[in-house]
Design a protein around this ligand. Structure first.
Ligand code: ZN
Length: 590
């Protein structure tokens, strides 16, 4: 090719581009950003859409809070890809890379590597980019660069409840959390469409158009109350900064139904920026973490002992500081190891959190009754809360258990639980002994609003007799009024609560480390409990006990929960929207 004809060709191409550009702008205005194909420098609107089956996917349905607010939603996204065969020289490739990189936010080196792939006709540059990126790329008018419309996921409240909601992968598949566990309902049916066009959009003759229509995914309505969830997130942000723990959880349960009203985890992550999220940051720790509860378990064991009739409200126990159990010393905590608590009634065992007396109560209960009770507590079962990654608690089989192990369970060591179990057991204390399934998913509805299924409150069983539950609740109130729970006191509200400080066991060395899990579990209002708040703080850098780390968070959350109006807490009935995706870009904050 000589110089002149090269100039003419270039000029024609430019004129062609200009005309095609105007034509395209008009179409863009009319149709929105349609699939565009840029080939040999000439922009032409694709012979309609490149028939990726996913282009027909209506996308997963939204995940909503109880008031209908969309916490996760489907939006139209744009995938930018290149056909490396469109470039014949290194200059071409470098030119494309230098323009495409800033437009897509991908590094120049990576774009260059993709456009330089031999024997490939399809390389992704950016997956599920936003509309602005797609428009920037389309305006560059580069040869061999293509844009494909796909369905992506957006989280309008970013990190809010992220560890429960979970995330989706590059193929928009549910990876973790509610997104994964409930994918069977959330994911739409993409519809079937035979491959009747080649990758460049040309019709393959002889294959008729046929297939089934797509169906949008179902809508999931959670039990979370958005106003309360916001309070919990703010309280956890402050805890994260102030106490600098390795991890922390905060959960609010309605003991009358088992509804999880709010839950938050630190560290957390931004589900829209998965690449920056470490696996540790994505765990839903309420269901996943299994750990020794420490002293928060004392109330549960004391209630069981009241129930079994092995102790009464006026029983007395003696703490000399340290006793010998199973030929090993068993000491009380802190200075009490040497001083001893002296004579205590069960309410003071809880209020002063005495290890020696709690161990004595567990031993009075005995292995047989204790293990029957652990069965009733469903310790070694998962509770089917609707959260992903749920685990069962752990305890040695009864046949392997020695007297020392029974004593340790009395103060929450030598037994591993999850937050969900603790919430269910305290929920039962707060609800006349009735234990409800902790639950995060309320309803599944079709896109047109039809009800598919509703998870009604599920009674798991009568964990304690009503009388024992009421008594234990009074002990909890006593602990806040006169004991270790004092930092959770709220003016004008009857609050009950128990601290916990569990030493972390290192299975590698068989030793307990000088590191702690600090927790606080609160119930209010005592006369008719509506809330159980559980806060757990793992290895805080700042803070000595559950009372100065977890209890202030529980107090702040309880205060907010009590002050929220009934309507805000009821979670208004979700408003039903019209079938199909709901104004995707309007919902998309990016
Ligand atoms: Zn003691």
């Amino acid at each position: 090719m000589n110089g002149d004809s090269g100039v003419v060709t270039e000029r024609r191409a430019r004129a062609g581009r200009a005309i095609a550009g105007l034509f395209c702008a008009a179409i863009l205005l009319k149709l929105g950003l349609e699939q565009t194909v840029l080939r040999n420098g000439r922009l032409e609107l694709a012979k309609r859409i490149i028939p990726s089956p996913r282009a027909f996917d209506p996308g997963p349905g939204p995940i909503c809070a109880s008031g209908g607010e969309h916490l996760a939603d489907s939006v139209v996204r744009y995938t930018v890809w290149v056909d490396p065969a469109a470039y014949s020289s290194d200059e071409d490739r470098e030119r494309v890379a230098s323009k495409l990189a800033p437009a897509t936010g991908v590094t120049c080196g990576r774009v260059l590597a993709e456009v330089s792939r031999p024997n490939s006709r399809f390389r992704h540059i950016a997956r599920r980019a936003d509309r602005a990126t797609a428009e920037r790329v389309a305006n560059l008018d580069l040869p061999g660069v293509h844009i494909k419309e796909e369905i992506g996921r957006t989280y309008p409240f970013a990190r809010l409840a992220a560890n429960a909601l979970g995330c989706r992968g590059v193929e928009n598949e549910g990876l973790e959390g509610v997104e994964a566990l409930w994918a069977f309902a959330l994911d739409g049916y993409a519809g079937s469409r035979p491959v009747d066009r080649d990758y460049s959009g040309r019709r393959i003759l002889g294959i008729p158009e046929r297939g089934a229509p797509p169906e949008p995914g179902d809508r999931l309505i959670l039990t979370l109350r958005l106003p309360l969830q916001r309070v919990v997130e703010a309280a956890m942000d402050d805890l994260w900064t102030k106490n600098q723990p390795e991890s922390a959880t905060c959960t609010v349960l309605d003991p009358r139904t088992g509804d999880i009203l709010a839950l938050s985890v630190r560290p957390n992550f931004d589900p829209a920026n998965l690449r920056q999220a470490m696996p540790e940051e994505r765990k839903c720790r309420q269901s996943f973490d299994v750990y020794p509860p420490g002293s928060t378990l004392k109330t549960v064991i004391v209630a069981a002992a009241l129930d079994a009739g092995v102790i009464t409200e006026s029983s007395r126990f003696y703490c000399p500081g340290t006793v010998e159990v199973g030929k090993k010393p068993l000491g009380c905590w802190g200075e009490w190891r040497t001083k001893g608590h002296g004579w205590l009634t069960p309410d003071d065992v809880i209020a002063k959190s005495c290890n020696v007396c709690a161990a004595e109560i567990a031993m009075r209960l005995g292995a047989d009754r204790l293990y029957r009770f652990l069965d009733r507590m469903q310790l070694q079962e998962t509770l089917c809360s609707g959260l992903d990654g749920e685990r069962a608690g752990i305890v040695l089989p009864k046949s392997e258990q020695r007297i020392r192990g029974i004593a340790n369970i009395g103060f929450g060591q030598g037994i591993d639980v999850t937050d969900l179990h603790m919430l269910a057991w305290y929920g039962a204390l707060a609800n006349e002994g009735r234990m409800y399934r902790p639950n995060i998913v309320r309803e599944v509805r079709r896109a047109d609003g039809r009800l598919v299924g509703r998870r009604e409150p599920t009674l798991l069983g009568q964990l304690y007799k009503p009388k024992s539950a009421r008594l234990a609740l009074r002990f909890l109130e006593h602990a806040v009024e006169n004991g270790t729970g004092a930092t959770a006191k709220i003016e004008g509200v009857r609050v009950g609560g128990k601290t916990g400080t569990a030493q972390i066991y290192d299975p590698a060395t068989g030793q307990h480390l000088d590191e702690y899990i600090m927790s606080f579990i609160a119930v209010a209002p005592i006369e008719a409990p509506r809330f159980v708040v559980f806060v757990r703080v793992v290895r805080p850098k700042v803070g000595e006990h559950g009372s100065d780390t977890a209890a202030p968070v529980a107090k702040r959350v309880l205060e907010a929960a009590i002050n929220l109006s009934a309507a805000e807490l009821a979670g208004e009935q979700p408003t039903v929207e019209v079938a199909g995706r709901t104004a995707p870009d309007a919902q998309d904050p990016s």
